[in-house]
Design a binder for this molecule. Structure first.
Ligand SMILES: NC(=O)c1ccc[n+]([C@@H]2O[C@H](COP(=O)([O-])OP(=O)(O)OC[C@H]3O[C@@H](n4cnc5c(N)ncnc54)[C@H](O)[C@@H]3O)[C@@H](O)[C@H]2O)c1
Length: 347
């Protein structure tokens, strides 16, 4: 047995990609997914994983269930993806974000510390965080691990709160944690409320592609599998108590992202007349919309030897093709409670 991974939020976008990555690369390891199955959790995304892995449906705020999962599964790796993750939803309803992201992370830390103190061994807790905790950049500069936290949305503020708890558990209790702060991910299994899947699916169904503001907000885009590999590298080789920024060196404006997806769709599924770009419209900006995020990932490259393998060109092609080839996955989601909470598109 190599490792026993307890993966919170393992039925979500990045979590499910991580579970498949472990399933494929570490056949001797075991995974326990711990997921509340909110609107963003989808067991379909775990189809095909080996039968040796298990799923517990539960809330990370549920102390008893968390304690039970730890005691029974006995993980040596806890990878914490579970979160409310959509900025627009956090603007409309911040309470759930504070509950899951702050209180839920506290509950996990508290119970995992009790578990660790009873069992010791080579246990590691990896906090999956975001570059959004650093706030917004001007036209130049990059977020490093030393950049002060300046979260601007209820989502990023709640993630920042959870990161601070994780840091405190290391400094106060020497509880073995590592934090990764990653830029915007894209790839298979992303819930169709985030920019890239929404653009693909709205374009194909002839709907408008409403872009927030002037479409010039810049994000650094990373293919989800590269993120999973970065998390794995940090878990295996990272120093306890350290933070590692993970980024794709792929700064693009929202408009460039939408244009590129339309160009790929024009090739893969040409319209009878015109381009998918004709469906683009501009709508009122999201409140407090951060202008630019850009990651300096030189620490993880220098210290742990990680760097992204996928280019923006190859990653976007793979992603569009995945959505075109997985109509059933998409249909099952769309027939559920999917709805856009705001009118515009942004990341
Ligand atoms: N998506 C990105 O671009 C990105 C970038 C950097 C960091 N992150 C971070 O990575 C993590 C995963 O992001 P994602 O995009 O996969 O999110 P997601 O919304 O797709 O998935 C979140 C998962 O967490 C589960 N969950 C939510 N509340 C829960 C609770 N109280 N108890 C148990 N499970 C719960 C959901 O059911 C879902 O399966 C988050 O912590 C996010 O902040 C995401």
């Amino acid at each position: 047995m190599k490792h026993r991974y307890l993966v919170t939020g393992g039925a979500g976008f990045i979590g499910s990609n991580f579970v498949h990555f472990i399933d494929q690369t570490e056949p001797e390891s075991l995974v326990l997914v711990f997921d509340k199955l909110t609107y963003a959790g989808n067991l379909d995304s775990l189809k095909g994983m080996g039968p040796q892995h298990q799923v517990v449906v539960g809330d990370i705020c549920d102390e008893q269930l968390v304690a039970q999962a730890l005691a029974q599964f006995k993980p040596d790796r806890l990878v914490h993806f579970a979160a409310e993750s959509h900025v627009d939803r956090s603007i409309d309803g911040p309470k759930e974000f504070v509950k899951t992201n702050v209180l839920g992370t506290f509950t996990l830390l508290h119970q995992a510390k009790i578990y660790f103190e009873a069992n010791k061994g080579d246990f590691r807790f990896l906090q999956v965080s975001t570059d959004e905790v650093y706030g917004s950049l001007g036209e130049t500069g990059y977020f490093t691990e030393e950049t002060p936290y300046q979260p601007n949305s209820p989502y990023s503020a709640s993630k920042a709160g959870s990161d601070h708890l994780v840091r405190a558990w290391w400094h106060t209790y020497h509880f073995p944690v590592i934090t990764t702060n990653c830029s915007n991910n894209y790839g298979p299994f992303q819930f169709p409320e985030k920019l890239i899947p929404v653009v693909i699916l709205s374009a194909l169904s002839g709907k408008p592609l409403p872009i927030y503001g002037d479409g010039q907000n810049i994000r650094d885009w990373l293919f989800v599998l590269d993120h999973c590999k970065g998390i794995h590298r940090a878990l295996e080789r990272g120093e306890l108590g350290e933070c590692y920024n993970i980024g794709g060196n792929n700064e693009l404006t929202n408009l460039q992202v939408v244009h590129r997806i339309c160009e790929i769709l024009d090739l893969r599924r040409p319209k009878q007349k015109g381009s998918y770009k004709d469906q683009i419209t501009f709508v009122k900006d999201r409140p407090g919309h951060d202008r630019r995020y850009a990651i300096d990932a030189s620490k993880i490259k220098a210290k742990l030897g990680w760097q992204p393998e996928e280019s923006f060109e190859s990653g976007f092609l793979k992603t569009v093709d995945w959505y075109l080839e997985h109509e059933d996955w998409v249909k099952n989601i769309l027939s559920g409670e999917y709805r856009l909470t705001r009118q515009g598109l942004g990341a």
